[in-house]
Write a protein that binds this ligand. Structure first.
Ligand code: ADP
Length: 233
């Protein structure tokens, strides 16, 4: 479980998160919605200790992220907005293996995780391909596989559809749907709810660094007018 307890955070003098409290259960599919600049990325970056609250606390599985960022990073796999910025190796398999290698896992376990993670994003057998020859959608799926190889409880994705064409977007959504039905928790930050709201158990809407709405998808969708979030078509 991920818990935000009255988290406040600012850059310089500018408040970016104001008194945010939120609980995300294991296995839940949560959409974190809100216009650009509403604080979604900043909130996600608190889950693994990339940012620390000015006041309040973030806990993952009951443990403070500030006290144990390594445990938080193991439990929450992060996929950044521009996957290209996140790759560390030239080929698909070596990139996906990077995280498990850093955990010091045995070779057989690393190989199993790479194979399972690539299968989960429909890229089985493509481990030797160079990442720079793949399409945008395939690169996004490699980034997701890299996060999955850490076997996280929650997969956190920050605007994963940026720059993707429609077929690629659909392929990523399909993968998220199947990961979610296999029990991985998904937290998806997006300003564009097309096609994804139907997958979510819950929608959390942010505006100006505050949590404006938090509830079952059907109820929140009815109230989206005026929140500057693109409603599903
Ligand atoms: P979102 O993900 O919803 O687009 P962000 O969390 O990226 O929102 O940004 C929230 C606010 O924080 C914005 O006003 C943005 O300008 C500000 N912000 C984000 N990153 C920085 C930074 N590195 N330095 C200063 N301000 C920042």
């Amino acid at each position: 479980m991920i818990e935000f307890r009255s988290v406040t955070y600012g850059f310089d003098d500018h408040a970016v998160l104001e008194d945010c409290s939120l609980e995300i259960e294991d296995g839940e599919f949560v959409l974190l919605a809100g216009a650009n600049g509403s604080g979604k990325t900043t909130l996600l970056r608190h889950c693994n200790g990339l940012l620390s609250p000015d006041s309040g606390e973030v806990l993952v599985d009951g443990v403070s992220v500030a006290e144990n960022p390594v445990a938080a990073r193991t439990a929450t796999g992060m996929v950044f907005q521009h996957p290209r910025d996140q790759f560390v190796a030239a080929t698909v398999a070596s990139d996906v293996a990077f995280g498990p290698e850093n955990l010091g896992l045995p070779h057989a376990e690393i190989d199993r995780r790479v194979e399972d993670s690539l299968a989960a994003v429909n890229l089985e057998g493509r481990g030797d391909e160079r990442i720079d020859t793949l399409s945008g959608g395939e690169q996004s799926r490699v980034a997701i596989a890299g996060a999955l190889a850490m076997e996280p409880t929650h997969l956190l994705l920050d605007e994963p559809f940026t720059g993707l064409d429609e077929p690629s977007r659909e392929a990523v959504i399909e993968r998220l749907e199947s990961l979610s039905s296999d029990g991985t928790g998904v937290v998806l930050a997006t300003h564009d709810l097309r096609d994804v709201s139907r997958l979510a158990d819950r929608i959390v809407v942010m505006r100006g660094g505050e949590i404006l709405e938090d509830g079952p998808s059907s109820r929140v969708l009815e109230r989206l007018d005026g929140l500057d979030v693109r409603a599903p078509s």
